[in-house]
Write a new protein. Structure first.
Lengths: 246, 246
DNA sequence: TGTCCGGGTTGATCTGTATCAATGCGATCC
DNA sequence: GGATCGCATTGATACAGATCAACCCGGACA
């Protein structure tokens, strides 16, 4: 979650730039992977996996945004991960989904059946190494989010999310933050609320307040302008800038 | 966090049963590990690492309890991990601590200098495999905790923590839950509060309420009796029992 | 035996966020 | 153009949990 997408070698004839799978592969390894991979696309809102149900594939996200959620039967829902291009879905060695996975935009996945993928992994220690690095990065991100959920105010949460989105340069086209600090939100207010442990009303109110305070400008519902990124960071409640250089 | 400690081969002459490091090692590998390991003990309350400062060792917990925390300068603190015997501290490939690590009881660590440990790892793929499994287990646990922090009520949080402690059989002596459902809390109310994203007053009040409702009995401050574990689980807000068999 | 001290409990009150309810607003479809 | 629908905003009110404050209790120590 907390990793910037850098330019990576492509997976053979594949448009995907898997951080996990291809970053350090030799050409013959990429070919072997290509032989067992297949693509799958989902429409916005479509369910990809349900907690507890068998999931015999792993996948990298090629294009679009998906969410990982945990929820309680009474309807309470918590988003536990936001999946963006080059993120990895699925856990080697486990055949059941641990989370509900849902496409929030149109989504393209590069999939592998679990078994053959695991067999290939046997001879590709660097892929397992990458998977470990990614899991540890995800763990750090999850723990940062625990601080947010446990201790931050609504205003700090919203600011943190906006800052995160800017840092990850989340845009439907996969582009980098423009010079004017314009950000396209890839998610609805409801998704934001579920990520932040708030209600949609609180999200809406806090966005309005940040606008009135001049921290952000709203351009339509889904576009946010950030005139002064430092001012936004000052609202996040974090001590530092999280290692960003701006 | 979410792993039961099973009997494991010991690390040569070492009393520790590292899940991560020793579980699948050959005798000669254990010897190699033994040659570079060293023990360190800490008093309750002592600081083991501080976020952002260099940490040139990794370690397994042999005995005692430690916490991982993230905090904000203004004093707000969130516990992001509870470390118990056989848990692993430190991340291969990273030389700075990401969290504050503190001993909450008297603590014994089995340490390795990072460099030589990483070099040994080169030839022990099964250790890296174990580290990946553990990281993914931790990630699942962290995400479960996100649901708790984002969406559960105070009563549900307390119940969840008690249930977790029972499941992990957390006791100073490392023993297993007794037949009468007696649990020793290894942590203070303040630590509980920081884990649950609550205040100590709320923790105290909810414990009192659970006692009045007959879900638990308090025996002194640190011992809790659970007459009916199912009744406690019903208070956690979780749909299922998390795969426990009782 | 009294004092101190750290941790825990309990009470009164405050407040940030949830909840309930109404309204706005743009897109789509007839 | 009007009806409809999904999403977002805004307002009024309720309430869970925080905050502030007092008190309790057991152990250490003089």
């Amino acid at each position: 979650m907390a990793i910037a997408s850098a330019a990576l070698p492509e997976c053979s004839d594949c448009p995907i730039r898997h951080r996990a799978v291809c970053a350090r592969c030799e050409p013959e390894e990429l070919d072997a992977l290509s032989r067992i991979k297949f693509y799958k696309t989902y429409a916005a809102g479509q369910t990809i996996a349900i907690r507890g149900e068998p999931l015999e594939t792993v996948a990298s996200i090629v294009k679009g945004t998906a969410t990982l959620t945990r929820s309680i039967e009474d309807g309470r829902t918590q988003l536990v991960g936001l999946l963006l291009p080059s993120d990895f879905i699925g856990r080697p060695g486990r055949s059941e989904a641990q989370y509900d996975v849902t496409a929030v935009t149109e989504l393209t996945l590069c999939c592998f059946h679990r078994r053959p993928f695991e067999e290939l992994l046997e001879d590709m220690p660097h892929v397992r190494e990458r998977l470990l690095e990614m899991a540890l990065d995800e763990l750090d991100a999850a723990r940062d989010w625990m601080l947010l959920l446990g201790r931050k105010t609504a205003r700090e949460r919203i600011s943190s999310l906006l800052a995160l989105i800017v840092k990850r340069s989340i845009r439907p086209d996969g582009g980098i933050l423009g010079d004017k600090g314009r950000v396209e939100l890839p998610i609805t207010r409801e998704t934001m609320a579920n990520y932040l442990g708030l209600t949609i009303e609180t999200v809406s109110r806090q966005l309005t307040k940040l606008r009135k305070d001049g921290i952000i400008q709203l351009e339509g519902k889904r576009t946010i302008l950030i005139p002064d990124f430092g001012a936004l960071l000052a609202e996040t409640g974090d001590d530092d800038d999280g290692g960003m250089i701006f």
